[in-house]
Design a protein around this ligand. Structure first.
Ligand code: GTP
Ligand code: MG
Length: 427
């Protein structure tokens, strides 16, 4: 089964905690602090690779979790950092935040690498906190938490031209004859289970990208068969090659087939239905009933459609088709094609800035302090430790939290709630 739309969970590793240890040696009392730093948590990266062309792998790998950094140790030993994880994704993978629907990254460039979840930094050991007045710091920083995200990955193949048609009409045979793509070809319906791209070179040395998708059948737009899943892949193409079996080998009527497929396209989207088509009558090397082809020709004439008679197997007519496709692509305006950046809400710098803001809310005599920077701070603070609390107060002050509390009218005796931790305020 082909999956081109998956939800996954990624969690980068947490940083290891800094250690609280003191130098110990025989005959030496009160050795200095020697707590090492925690190791960094592993980060998770996406890397575009041409070796993969589906998101199938993520069906079996829905959770990607990087390792945590090791805690710091005594004797100034730093904990081991966890390894970063690199996940290969196909070119054209669009990553959005599963909760907000916002675009995270459009991985459309070759070899593009993107950090999708940042590992937490290791906490500093107590060795860093010794000062002349505080020679035995009994606190260290905890490691930062690694980022975690729920993501939606969507693969939109970016092709210039898409092959559509019933199963078994020879779509894969065509792409394999005109490009390096080597899809499976067999004499049964739904041989192709996932889309494939091929670069088609013209005689003149120019090229375009062709997409082969699984066959479409009647009812596809309501989910019958496999086709519907893949129609969106050809939604972005500029031109459709509507492949029809003109041989009559399967006892079908070409004109009827043409109408059924177009009906499905219309039900799927107007945009797809309105896309320009070139009709490709295939398998002319094994025509059983010439009247079927004649009928198709008539229809194309009256509908003003271009028709090419080919045999993908004997290569008859292929060169002319390829040249014509290239020329038509040149004629078609690029409108509505390529990457639809506008259909996603871009992440703006504003949200980044918001991340550094704290909020104070007054409820009766209680003042609630919240926000990302507060969360970050509290992860590093051990509230059971006096020195750590002093550190917290200093940071709150330098962040401007104290000032804002005063401006909000805080008085001695009022309660400050910092992420559930309650303190009494004193001027
Ligand atoms: N005689 C003849 N056979 C052909 C021609 N083109 C394709 N075939 C045969 O038709 C069968 C189906 O070809 P495919 O290319 O797999 O068809 P498809 O349209 O990709 O089919 P699905 O992937 O199932 O949608 C194979 O046995 C091919 O060898 C042709 O021009 N002449
Ligand atoms: Mg096929």
């Amino acid at each position: 089964m082909f999956v081109d739309n998956v939800k996954i969970y990624v969690k980068a590793g947490n940083g290891g905690d800094g250690a609280i240890t003191f130098h110990r040696e025989k005959y030496i009392d009160n050795g200095g602090p020697d707590g090492g730093d925690g190791g960094h948590g592993g980060s998770i990266f996406f890397r575009v690779s041409t070796a993969v062309n589906t998101l199938l792998e993520f069906r079996y790998k829905k959770k990607i979790i990087a390792g945590n950094g090791q805690n710091g140790m005594g004797k100034n030993c730093t904990g081991k950092s966890a390894e970063d994880i690199y996940i290969e994704v196909p070119q054209g993978t669009v990553v959005t935040d599963a909760k907000t629907g916002r675009l995270v990254v459009d991985l459309s460039e070759k070899d593009q690498v993107f950090m999708i979840a940042k590992g937490g930094r290791g906490g500093q050991g107590n060795q860093h906190f010794a000062t002349s007045t505080r020679q035995a710091p009994r606190f260290a920083r905890m490691g930062e938490e690694g980022e975690e995200k729920e993501l939606k990955l969507e693969l939109k193949l970016i092709a210039d031209v898409g092959l559509i048609g019933f199963p078994n009409v020879g779509k894969s045979t065509i792409i394999s004859s005109v490009s390096e793509a080597k899809p499976k070809i067999a004499n049964y319906h739904f041989t192709t289970l996932e889309p494939m791209l091929g670069v088609v070179k013209t005689k003149a040395g120019t090229s375009f990208v062709m997409a082969d998708i699984p066959g479409i059948i009647e009812g596809a737009s309501e989910g019958v068969g496999l086709g519907i899943e893949f129609l969106r892949h050809v939604e972005r193409t500029k031109l459709l090659l509507h492949v029809i079996d003109a041989s009559g080998l399967e006892g079908r009527n070409p004109v009827e087939d043409y109408n059924i497929i177009n009906n499905e396209l219309k039900k799927f989207s107007e945009r797809l239905a309105n896309k320009k088509q070139i009709i490709v009558a295939n398998k002319v090397d094994v025509i059983q009933d010439i009247s079927l082809l004649e009928e198709l020709k008539e229809m194309c004439k009256s509908e003003n459609l271009e028709l090419f008679e080919i045999s993908a197997v004997s290569r008859q007519g292929l060169e002319e088709l390829v040249d014509r496709v290239y020329n038509v692509l040149q004629e078609i305006e690029d409108e509505g094609v390529v990457i639809e950046e506008n259909s996603y809400e871009e992440i703006t710098l504003e949200t980044e800035e918001l991340d550094n803001e704290f909020y104070i809310e007054k409820v009766g005599n209680e003042f609630f302090v919240t926000g990302k920077p507060i969360e970050r701070l509290m992860r590093k603070v051990n509230i059971a430790n006096y020195e750590s609390l002093q550190y917290m107060q200093r940071v709150l002050k330098s962040m401007g939290v104290m000032k804002k509390l005063e401006q909000s009218g805080i008085m001695t005796g009022d309660t400050v709630d910092i992420l559930g931790y309650k303190l009494e305020y004193e001027e």
